[in-house]
Design a protein around this ligand. Structure first.
Ligand code: ATP
Ligand code: MG
Length: 362
């Protein structure tokens, strides 16, 4: 029986921190996320290939009695990066510490985590793409040789002392692996990319979690929630909670198909799982940029939202759904997006002039 990991963190949880980049109304409380988070690898639904590879890494590490190699998890928000990072130390029966890139502003912020890391323990760094350069350089010898180089004093009297660390594992999570520098990326022995979940997988997650919440749900209602959850377990959990509230307030407490539909309609979630913000993004490209191409900064300015939010939260699913295209000139709506918005796609036989195109970029 594995020991329960000791969790140390200077913040409620890494999730609490990243709520800062979510649009208003999307803030997910860490405690809510935690309630439904799978605790063991066997409870994790979907991501079969990733889970299988993690199993192999775990078995090998246990057999050799060595720490797991550093692991980088990337993928859009809400797909299970934090979940997997928390499951791993639990499976290994080792200690677990949690921090995040933006909260480490200088090497001294990271140092306690490194010196506290016990042999074989896991240090989870969320949003690792937001580590400042100085912290990143400080982490290199820790990852490679389990050593830190501390500079004392400055100028001529400066000297560097090397401190030995226990062999441990860093698990990094990022929604933007492209923003990681190559030296940092290369120090991760394994890299795993999480992808959107299928409707069947999400249906299973909704059913399991309804049981955890002691809520009755019909099979078709679970499938309906799954369908409108943008391939994302966090979304599915949020809609499940909302449908549960709706069922308690407006029905007899059972989430039936009608209850689920009415609940989601009230939140303006359409049959593709798009919400108000997704549609506003599409509408902006359509009406302001006549369907695109439009640069991400221009769209962000027009919508009065950070470009990061669009790139992290809105675009991955729209790309996956084939509603937008990313071209070197900017974002473009596809014919499917026009249809989804109830418009006729423009006649592609009439090419847009070069000057008109470039003027749309700015
Ligand atoms: N494979 C899974 N099976 C069941 N539930 C899952 C799975 N992955 C994620 N979840 C659920 O979705 C919630 C969000 O997942 P998690 O916090 O791990 O996402 P994340 O990738 O870390 O997101 P972010 O980038 O926003 O930090 C979890 O609390 C959990 O309930
Ligand atoms: Mg997370």
């Amino acid at each position: 029986m594995a020991r329960e990991p000791v969790i140390r963190s200077d913040q409620a949880a890494a999730d609490a921190d990243d709520s800062a980049v979510r649009p208003a109304g999307e803030i997910v409380e860490a405690s809510q996320d935690d309630e439904l988070r799978p605790a063991r690898l066997d409870d994790v639904v979907g991501q079969a290939d990733v889970v299988e590879r993690i199993r192999i890494l775990l078995q090998a590490a246990r057999k050799r009695r060595e720490p797991l190699g550093h692991l980088l998890l990337d993928g859009p928000p809400g797909l299970g990066k934090t979940t997997l990072a928390m499951v791993i130390p639990r499976e290994l029966g080792t200690e677990f510490q949690i921090t995040s890139g933006p909260s480490l502003s200088a090497p001294k912020d990271l140092l306690p985590y490194l010196t506290n890391a016990s042999e074989g323990s896991v240090l989870f760094i969320d949003e690792i793409h937001r580590l400042p350069a100085a912290v990143e350089e400080f982490i290199y010898p820790a990852m490679e040789d389990f050593r830190v180089d501390i500079t004392l004093g400055d100028g001529l009297s400066a000297r560097t002392i090397n401190m030995k660390l226990q062999p441990f594992t860093i698990i990094g999570a990022t929604t933007r692996s492209g923003m990681l520098t190559a030296p940092l990326r290369d120090r991760f022995v394994s890299r795993e990319h999480l992808t959107f979940y299928s409707q069947d997988e999400l249906t299973t997650i909704v059913q399991k979690n309804a049981r955890k919440l002691h809520s009755a749900i019909t099979q078709d209602a679970a499938a309906e929630i799954a369908l409108r959850s943008r391939g994302t377990p966090r979304k599915a959990n949020n809609w499940l909670r909302w449908a549960r509230d709706f069922a308690d307030a407006r029905a007899d407490g059972t989430i039936t198909l009608d209850v689920a539909r009415a609940a989601l309609e009230m939140k303006a979630v359409d049959h593709l799982g798009l919400e108000e913000l997704d549609r506003r993004y599409l509408e902006t490209i359509l009406s302001v940029f006549t369907g695109g191409p439009a640069g991400i900064q221009a769209i962000a300015h027009t919508m009065n939202l950070p470009a990061d939010t669009l790139e992290d939260e809105i675009e991955p699913y729209l790309l996956r759904q084939g509603l937008i295209q990313r071209t070197p000139r900017g974002r473009m709506l596809t014919a499917r997006a026009f249809e989804h918005l109830g418009r006729t796609p423009p006649d592609s036989s009439q090419p847009v002039s070069e000057s008109e195109r470039s003027s749309r970029l700015f």
